[in-house]
Design a binder for this molecule. Structure first.
Ligand code: ATP
Ligand code: MG
Ligand code: MG
Ligand code: MG
Length: 576
C-alpha cells in the first residue's frame, strides 16, 4: 500500500472532549471521526485495525468449532416481547417504528433472534452441540457514552451463542469459549485477567469477564495473588446472595402479583414466621411508561426491629413504630443502609443491599427484587432460616488492598479493568421463554441449554491503546497494527535511486505477505516519522541516498530508542 493511495489524516491536538489517552490518540491518529455522541466513523486507518481484530476473533472462533452467520441489526419487536425484554430493558434499548407503526429494535445483542433460529433449526439431539456467532453492529443508548469507542452507543460486537443438550454439555461449550477468549486476547498481546462476574440483564448463573488491566478502566477488580480468586467488585457484592439463593429450598407455590404484592403477601406465600431473624424487609416497585421503561423505582423499607411478627408490627405493638409499621423513603434507605434505590431494579440482584450484621438481613435475596416482574422472582427464598449469619457474608465492596481474600487464601489486591469480553452460561432462560426445544433419543422434547459469549471489537482498540502507548503515540502489537511495516524514503520525490529502492522493497515485502506501507507523500522526515509514531506502526525502515550508497537502510522498532543499520538486501528476511 502506498500512502498517496491511502488516506492519512493526523492531528496535532486532540479535541477537547477526549478525556482518556486512547480516545485522544485515536482521534489524533485519524482512526475514528466523531459523528454524534457515542457514534463514530471508522476511518480507513481505524478500519484496518478493526479488521485485524475481527480476523483474530474469527480464526479462534472457527478453531473452537463455532460457525459464523449474520443476524440483522433491525429486529422485530415481537421476538423481544416473547422474552419480555422489549418491556423490561430500559432506555438503553433503541426502539423504532416502521411506516406501518410496527415496533422494531436496533439490536443491543441477539439472544432472541438466535433462539428463534435455533427453535426452528435445531430439532434433534443429533444437531447438537452448535455454536453460532456473528460480528455485527450493536446499538445501546448508553446513559453516558464516553472514552470514544470504549463506551460508544453504536459499536461492533462479536456475539456467539451455544446450544447444548444438557447442563454438562453446556459446561463444555462454556469452557471451550473461555479457552478461545484466552487465545484471542493473548494473540492481541494484551495484559488481561478473567474475573467472575455478575450476569446483568442477560441472566444466568455462570459468568466471567475478560478485563484488560488499565488504570482508566471503569471496573474495579479484586483478586488474590495467591489463589485464583478474582472478581469484578460488582459481582462480589452479589455473590454471597446468589450463593444463598442456591442454598435456599423453600420453593414458592405462587408468585407475588406484579406491582401489587406487599410484604405480607410475600411473607404469607413464603409461609415464614417473620419474627425470628428478619429485622427489615425491603420491597421495590417500579413505575413504568407505555414502553415499559422504568421511570422510577421506589424502594419501600419495612422496619421490623427485634423479634416481632408482622402482625405485631401491624397492630402497632412495636415500640417506636407509631402506626404499626412504616415505609422508609429511598433517601432514608440510602442514608441508613448505604445502598442506592437503583440497586433494587426489577432485574434483581445487580447490586444488592449491603449486608450489615445487626441491622438488616439478606432480605434482598428473596421476594424483593422483581416481585413485581414476572420471571424475575428469586423463588425459593429463605429469610434467614438456613442462611448463614449475615456476619459471614463477604462484602468486598469497600475492600482495600491487603484485606483478606474471601477464599481465605491470602490477601486481596485491587486493579482497574476494561471489560473486553464476557462469557455467560444462560441455562434455559431464553429457550424456555421462547419454547426452543429439541427431540432427545426417545423422541421427547427437551429445552436447549444455552450460553452466550461477547467481545467488544471496537472497544478493544481503545483498551489496547490504554495499555500500549508512549508520549509519541500508539504502540500497536503487530497483530493489531494497521500496517506492520512502514517504509520511509527520504526524498522519494527527488531521488530516483531512493524511489527505485523503496518501490522495490515495498513490492518485495508485499509479495512476502507483509502488511507494508510505503510513505510516498514526499513529507519532510520529521513530520513523516511523527505521523507513523503517532499511528503506532511497529516497524519502520528509512531509506536515504546516503545509506543506499553503501547498500544500507535504517531499521527502528516502535519501542526502540535507536535505529539499527541493516543491509538493504536483508531487510525482507530481517522483518520476518
Ligand atoms: P459494560 O459493563 O461495559 O457496560 P456490558 O456488560 O453491558 O458492558 P455485555 O452485554 O457483556 O456488555 O456485552 C459484551 C461486550 O460488548 C462487553 O464485554 C464489551 O466489551 C462490549 N460492549 C458493551 N457495551 C459497549 C459499549 N457501549 N461500547 C463498546 N463496547 C461495548
Ligand atoms: Mg453495559
Ligand atoms: Mg459489565
Ligand atoms: Mg458484560
Amino acid at each position: 500500500m502506498k500512502a498517496s493511495q491511502f488516506f492519512i489524516s493526523t492531528l496535532k491536538e486532540a479535541p477537547a472532549d477526549a478525556e482518556v489517552t486512547s480516545h485522544k490518540l485515536m482521534m489524533r491518529a485519524g482512526l475514528i471521526k466523531r459523528l454524534g455522541a457515542g457514534i463514530y466513523n471508522y476511518m480507513p486507518m481505524g478500519l484496518r485495525v478493526i479488521r485485524k481484530v475481527e480476523n483474530i476473533i474469527r480464526e479462534e472462533m472457527n478453531r473452537a468449532g463455532a460457525v459464523e452467520l449474520l443476524m440483522p441489526v433491525v429486529q422485530p419487536a415481537e421476538l423481544w416481547e416473547e422474552t419480555g425484554r422489549f418491556q423490561k430493558m430500559g432506555p438503553e434499548l433503541l426502539r423504532v417504528k416502521d411506516r406501518h407503526e410496527r415496533d422494531f429494535i436496533i439490536q443491543p445483542t441477539s439472544e432472541e433472534v438466535i433462539t428463534d433460529i435455533a427453535r426452528q433449526e435445531l430439532r434433534s439431539y443429533r444437531m447438537l452441540p452448535k455454536n453460532f456467532y456473528h460480528i455485527q453492529t450493536k446499538f445501546r443508548d448508553e446513559r453516558r457514552p464516553r472514552f470514544g469507542v470504549m463506551r460508544g452507543r453504536e459499536f461492533t460486537m462479536k456475539d456467539a451463542y451455544s446450544f447444548d443438550r444438557d447442563v454438562e454439555a453446556a459446561g463444555k461449550s462454556y469452557e471451550a469459549m473461555y479457552a478461545a477468549y484466552v487465545r484471542i486476547f493473548e494473540r492481541m498481546g494484551l495484559v488481561f485477567r478473567a474475573v467472575a462476574a455478575d450476569t446483568g440483564a442477560i441472566g444466568g448463573d455462570r459468568s466471567h469477564e475478560f478485563q484488560v488491566i488499565a488504570d482508566t478502566g471503569e471496573d474495579a477488580i479484586a483478586y488474590c495473588p495467591d489463589s485464583d480468586y478474582a472478581a469484578n467488585v460488582e459481582l462480589a457484592e452479589a455473590l454471597p446472595l446468589i450463593a444463598q439463593r442456591g442454598a435456599a429450598t423453600q420453593a414458592l407455590t405462587k408468585t407475588p402479583t406484579p406491582g401489587k404484592s406487599t410484604c405480607e403477601d410475600v411473607a404469607a406465600l413464603l409461609k415464614l414466621p417473620l419474627s425470628q431473624t428478619v429485622k427489615s424487609l425491603v420491597l421495590a416497585t417500579d413505575e413504568k411508561n407505555e414502553h415499559g421503561e422504568t421511570l422510577k423505582t421506589t424502594v419501600w423499607l419495612l422496619l421490623v426491629r427485634g423479634d416481632h411478627s408482622l402482625n405485631e408490627v401491624k397492630a402497632g405493638k412495636i415500640e417506636g413504630l407509631k402506626e404499626g409499621y412504616r415505609f422508609a423513603t429511598a433517601a432514608e434507605i440510602d442514608d441508613h443502609f448505604g445502598c442506592k434505590p437503583g440497586y433494587l431494579g426489577p432485574i434483581g440482584l445487580k447490586k444488592p443491599v449491603r449486608v450489615i450484621a445487626d441491622r438488616t438481613v439478606a432480605a434482598m435475596s428473596d421476594f424483593v427484587c422483581g416481585a413485581n416482574e414476572a420471571d424475575f422472582h428469586y423463588t425459593g427464598a429463605n429469610w434467614g432460616r438456613d442462611l448463614p449469619e449475615p456476619a459471614v457474608v463477604a462484602d468486598i465492596r469497600n475492600v482495600v488492598e491487603g484485606d483478606p481474600s474471601p477464599d481465605g487464601k491470602g490477601k486481596l489486591a485491587m486493579q482497574r479493568g476494561i471489560e473486553v469480553g464476557h462469557v455467560f452460561y444462560l441455562g434455559t432462560k431464553y429457550s424456555k421463554a421462547m419454547n426452543a426445544s429439541y427431540l432427545d433419543e426417545n423422541g421427547k422434547p427437551q429445552l436447549l441449554e444455552m450460553g452466550c459469549y461477547g467481545i467488544g471489537v471496537t472497544r478493544l482498540l481503545g483498551a489496547a491503546i490504554e495499555q500500549s502507548h508512549d508520549e509519541r503515540g500508539i504502540v500497536w502489537p503487530v497483530s493489531m497494527a494497521p500496517f506492520s511495516v512502514v517504509l520511509c524514503p527520504i526524498g522519494y520525490d527527488r531521488s530516483a535511486e531512493v524511489k527505485a529502492a523503496a518501490d522495490r522493497l515495498h513490492d518485495e515485502l508485499q509479495a512476502q505477505g507483509v502488511d507494508v506501507m510505503l510513505d510516498d507523500r514526499g513529507e519532510r522526515p520529521g513530520a513523516m516519522f511523527a505521523d507513523w509514531e503517532l499511528i503506532g506502526v511497529p516497524h519502520r525502515v528509512v531509506l536515504s541516498d546516503r545509506g543506499l550508497k553503501e547498500g544500507k537502510v535504517e531499521y527502528q522498532g516502535r519501542r526502540d530508542a535507536q535505529a539499527t543499520v541493516v543491509a538493504a538486501a536483508d531487510v525482507g528476511a530481517f522483518l520476518k
